[in-house]
Write a protein that binds this ligand. Structure first.
Ligand code: 13P
Ligand code: SF4
Length: 302
């Protein structure tokens, strides 16, 4: 299957970008594996006609907005981020009416229709930096309430979570008792957690960051063992890139069923049948592109 995928990629001038949570064999088939921020940037850099996006809907939408001249393919239309659907455009507009003039920062895990109504877009890798730079002490932030609390603790600003209960079900599955038990069993291990985990789990971690920041931390740390509080797909990348270190999942069943909708067979079918093309309506796409430009200006990225 990998050979056939490679052949089709060459024929079509296509690349495969895979998120850190993808199944191991899909990660192995990819030209690049990364976190949400890295994948967005990579999508604009690659010189390909087709990009197979092995991830979930909002990531493919974001790539489509940033690359109007490329064809973005999502191998399974059921690969939809559960959290992104918690903030429809209508709900965001309601909050904007309730807090007029308050800047809106949306996590990249949001649908394009909602992003079009935001002022800035962030990922878990740069959320703190984005909010710090906004010239306002109060910010509307959504849809993840745990990331919102993380940003609040790191910036000291008033963060209004939109909606008040937005969350990722995978990251809610980590129990503080499990982390304590693992810490006792492996006292030398570092705990690395994603900012989508609850504040209680975050407070037990030695390091909190996006998936790729966790990989960087594992490479740079002196520790030999790590307890990983994020989706288990990241363990494949960690083990591949740090073969001399040990990685223990904080919870074995922390699996995103939406990410796992993508399989190697579906990646192959996607290339063979050029499906499913992800397109964002022009009006929404140009609004989202404007929001992204605002964000790049804020971060002084050219
Ligand atoms: P990252 O931006 O850290 O890759 O996370 C994306 C995501 O969906 C987390 O659940
Ligand atoms: Fe969405 Fe959670 Fe899956 Fe990430 S892990 S894609 S936030 S449902």
């Amino acid at each position: 299957m990998l050979g056939r995928i490679r052949e089709l990629k060459r024929e079509l001038n296509a690349v495969i970008l895979a998120h850190n949570y993808q199944p191991s064999d899909v990660q192995d088939s990819a030209d690049f594996v990364g976190d949400s921020l890295e994948l967005s940037m990579k999508a604009t850099e690659v010189k390909a006609k087709y990009i197979v996006f092995a991830g979930v809907d909002f990531m493919a939408e974001q790539a489509a907005v940033l690359n109007p001249d490329k064809v973005i393919l999502l191998p399974d239309l059921g690969a939809r981020c559960h959290m992104a659907w918690m903030l429809p455009r209508s709900l965001l507009l309601e909050y904007k009416r309730r807090y007029p003039g308050t800047p809106v920062v949306l996590y990249v895990n949001t649908l394009a229709e909602a992003k079009a109504e935001a002022d800035y877009i962030c990922t878990s890798a740069n959320a703190v930096e984005v909010v710090k730079r906004i010239p306002s002490e109060r910010v509307l932030f959504g849809p993840d309430v745990n990331l919102a609390r993380f940003v609040e603790s790191r910036t000291g600003k008033e963060i209004i979570a939109v909606p008040s209960n937005g969350h990722c079900y995978v990251h809610l599955s980590f129990a503080p008792e499990d982390i304590s038990r693992l810490r006792e069993a492996y006292p030398d291990a570092e705990v690395l957690a994603h900012p989508e985990c609850t504040p209680e789990v975050q407070s037990m971690a030695d390091f909190i960051g996006s998936t790729s920041k966790m990989v960087r931390r594992a490479k740079e740390s002196e520790a030999r063992r790590f307890i990983i509080a994020t989706e288990t797909g990241l363990l494949h990348r960690l083990r591949r890139e740090c073969p001399d270190k040990e990685f223990i999942p904080a919870y074995q069943n922390a699996v995103c069923i939406y990410m796992k909708r993508i399989t190697l067979e579906k990646v192959y079918e996607s290339l063979k049948r050029l499906r499913y093309v992800v397109e964002v309506p022009t009006e929404i796409a140009s609004k989202v592109a404007g929001v992204l430009r605002n964000t790049f200006e804020l971060l002084e990225v050219s």
